[in-house]
Design a protein around this ligand. Structure first.
Ligand SMILES: Nc1ncnc2c1ncn2[C@@H]1O[C@H](COP(=O)(O)OP(=O)(O)OP(=O)(O)O)[C@@H](O)[C@H]1O
Ligand SMILES: [Mg+2]
Length: 242
C-alpha cells in the first residue's frame, strides 16, 4: 500500500491568532521528512492539523493511497488514526502510573489494531527490547529515553502507515537523542514507515531525514534535500550557529 501525505496552503491558528500562513508540505511513500523550526514557529500546530486536533481555517490535507485521495480535514483524530496516521506527541503524554505494557495496549484502540494486539505487542517488543524487559515497570519510572521509546512503541500499536513524531529529542541527553533517532531510522527501514518528524535538533534530524522543510513564523522558508539544507544560510544561522 503506497501512502503519501499532502498538506496544501494550510492556514490555522487559535482564536484570532493566526499561526500557519499557507503551509504546503508533502511526505512521499517511505520517506522520512523533517520539519525544522525553533520554538513557537508552528511545528506542533501543523502536526496537530494533520491529526485533526487543530482544524485549519483554509487549505487541504489529504492522503494519497494507491491513487485514491482521502481528505483529512474535518475528520476526528480517531478517524485519522483509523486511516493509518499516528502521532507520537510532544512531551510523550504517557500514563506514568500505568505499566509499560498497559501504556502500549492503550495505543491499540482501533478495532483492527485490537484484533492484531498480540502481534503488534510482539512487534513493539522486537523493535524495542527494553520495553519487553520493563513491561511490568511503571512508565513514570522509566528513563527519559526509555519513555520516548515507549511513546513511539505505543504509536506503533495502532499499525500506522504514516508516523508523525513531534520533537522526540526534547529533554533527552545527547546520547539518548542519538539512540532514539537511530531507532526511528531502523523502523523506517525495517517496516517501510513513512515518517514526518518535527525537530529543533538539526544535527540529529538530518541523520535520518531524506528531505526537510524549515518553518519560520508559520511559513515554509526553505525546502530541500537534506544535503542542501545543511548548506542553506537560514539553517546555518539558526541551527548550526555559524
Ligand atoms: N492551544 C493554543 N492556544 C493558543 N495559542 C497556541 C496554542 N498552541 C500553540 N499556540 C501558539 O501558536 C504558536 C505556535 O506554536 P507551536 O506549538 O505550533 O510551535 P512549535 O514550533 O511546535 O514550538 P515548540 O518547538 O516550542 O514546540 C505559538 O505562538 C504558541 O504560543
Ligand atoms: Mg511543538
Amino acid at each position: 500500500m503506497a501512502n503519501r501525505l499532502v498538506v496544501r496552503n494550510v492556514e490555522a491558528g487559535y482564536g484570532a491568532v493566526r499561526v500557519l500562513h499557507g503551509v504546503s508540505i508533502e511526505v512521499n511513500d517511505g520517506e522520512t521528512v523533517v520539519l525544522l523550526g525553533t520554538n513557537g514557529n508552528g511545528k506542533s500546530t501543523l502536526i496537530n492539523c494533520v491529526m485533526g486536533v487543530v482544524r485549519p481555517e483554509r487549505g487541504e490535507i489529504y492522503l494519497e493511497r494507491d491513487g485514491q485521495r482521502i481528505d483529512l480535514v474535518g475528520r476526528t483524530p480517531e478517524e485519522i488514526v483509523h486511516l493509518g496516521v499516528t502521532l507520537v506527541p510532544e512531551g510523550r503524554r504517557l500514563f506514568p502510573k500505568l505499566t509499560v505494557e498497559e501504556n502500549l495496549l492503550l495505543g491499540a484502540f482501533r478495532a483492527d489494531a485490537r484484533r492484531d494486539i498480540a502481534k503488534n505487542l510482539e512487534f513493539c517488543f522486537e523493535a524495542f527490547p527494553v520495553l519487553r524487559e520493563r513491561k511490568r515497570q511503571l512508565a513514570g519510572s522509566m528513563s527519559g529515553g526509555e519513555q520516548q521509546m515507549l511513546a513511539i512503541g505505543r504509536a506503533l500499536m495502532a499499525t500506522p502507515a504514516i508516523l508523525l513524531v513531534d520533537e522526540p529529542s526534547v529533554g533527552l541527553a545527547p546520547v539518548l537523542v542519538s539512540r532514539v533517532i537511530a531507532k526511528i531510522r531502523e523502523l523506517k527501514e525495517r517496516y517501510h514507515l513513512t515518517v514526518l518528524m518535527a525537530e529543533q535538533n538539526f544535527n540529529q534530524a538530518v541523520k535520518i531525514a531524506d528531505r526537510g522543510y524549515v518553518i519560520v513564523h508559520g511559513q515554509i522558508a526553505f525546502e530541500g534535500r537534506t544535503k542542501d539544507l545543511t548548506e542553506h544560510e537560514l539553517v546555518k544561522k539558526f541551527y548550526l550557529g555559524v
